[in-house]
Design a protein around this ligand. Structure first.
Ligand code: ZN
Ligand code: ZN
Ligand code: ZN
Length: 353
């Protein structure tokens, strides 16, 4: 039966109540359960952990061994949520979009930022972060050129609070055939704004923020980091390219360095806020790789950190927020002032443990 086949492969299902899609990856249940059973973990702060599947020379699930890499290292996720060899299928059981599903082709990669198990972006040097930027640029170009890939999502999920159990500094790249919900909504908004006002939404927004300064956290020649006017998470930050670049490929060499610098400065301030390795999900939003011009797109990165008042007190998106609308207490202006006033030197370098 074709439906059985479709439902066993990565596919997406349409929610007719919200017009959004959910990605279903049933093949991932095949992956071995490795959580919570790791024994003999290396002591905190070790540069190498023999039990870490991302450290150089270690074995990953399925018996593959990592090379002895010395800078960055990229591999295809051993239990990817998306796969390239997925035959196109579409099924609309009711004929009216009530039970609508489509196959989804794609790929998932892991990017190790450093061979050092004990580092984070905040503790890496700007040249080291620049190597990560280089990988992002190169991977966006390479993955984006695949015929079955129309959108490349580069992201980092940091900290146990965000469900990331491995502290080894790494990010992921998920790429797929269709444009996912969040960039699709932003694409429609950017396009509509440009059509209505004849200017780019984020170009105009960043100029207003630069003038007002009240929500600006950091700024260099190439990027600006603001707590957006509409921020939902307490210390949410939007990093915007100062020039109208549609994607990472449009950045020149000085802009790569500018990106590495602002990432270092921002993550350092985040760590300094509660003197902890600050958890967050961050990711880039940029033009799809579907060969269209996409002049409406303006490159930016979102940081969504969950912490609210201390290293352990977090914001939950529950109740009214889950069912009706996000809500916040601390204003974005106050959050920006707090982040701005923090030291640019990492707390662990001031008072080593
Ligand atoms: Zn490691
Ligand atoms: Zn723009
Ligand atoms: Zn965005």
């Amino acid at each position: 039966m074709p439906l059985d086949h479709l439902y066993q492969q990565p596919h997406r299902r349409f929610n007719p109540l919200t017009s959004e899609w959910v990605l279903v990856s049933p093949q991932r249940t095949e992956r071995p359960w490795r959580g919570q059973i790791e024994t003999a973990a290396a002591p905190a702060g070790s540069a190498y952990d023999p039990g870490c599947y991302l450290c150089p020379g270690n074995e990953r699930a399925g018996g593959v061994r990592n090379p002895n890499y010395s800078s960055t290292f990229i591999f295809t996720n051993d239990f990817a949520a998306l796969r390239p060899d997925n035959p196109p299928e579409r099924h609309d059981e009711s004929g009216r979009g009530l039970l609508l599903s489509e196959s989804e082709a794609g790929t998932c990669k892991v990017v190790c930022f450093s061979p050092r198990h004990d580092l984070t972006l905040a503790r890496m040097t700007v040249p080291e972060i620049l190597s990560v930027v280089d990988v992002w640029v190169e991977q966006y170009a390479e993955i984006g050129s695949l015929p079955y890939v129309n959108y490349v999502e580069i992201f980092e999920n940091r900290g146990e609070m965000m469900g990331c159990s491995n502290p080894h500094p790494h990010g992921q790249i998920w790429a797929n055939q269709t444009i996912p919900n969040e960039p699709r909504k932003e694409q429609e908004a950017q396009r509509a704004y440009a059509e209505k006002h004849g200017v780019c939404l984020l170009c105009e927004y960043l100029q207003r923020e630069a003038r007002a300064q009240s929500r600006v956290v950091l700024e260099n020649d190439h990027f600006i980091a603001v707590v957006p006017f509409w921020a939902v998470w307490p210390f949410e930050v939007l990093v915007i390219a100062k020039q109208h670049f549609r994607d990472l490929l449009a950045l020149d060499r000085p802009a790569h360095a500018g990106l590495a610098e602002i990432l270092k400065d921002l993550t350092t301030r985040y760590d300094n806020l509660f003197e902890t390795s600050f958890p967050y999900s961050m990711g880039f939003h940029q033009a799809p790789t579907d060969s269209e011009a996409h002049t409406e797109w303006h490159l930016h990165a979102h940081f969504y950190p969950p912490l609210l008042r201390s290293a352990t007190i977090r914001k939950f998106m529950v109740g009214y927020e889950l069912l009706a609308s996000p809500q916040r207490d601390i204003t974005p202006e106050a959050a920006a002032a707090t982040l701005r006033d923090l030291s640019g030197i990492h707390y662990a370098e001031i008072k080593p443990r």
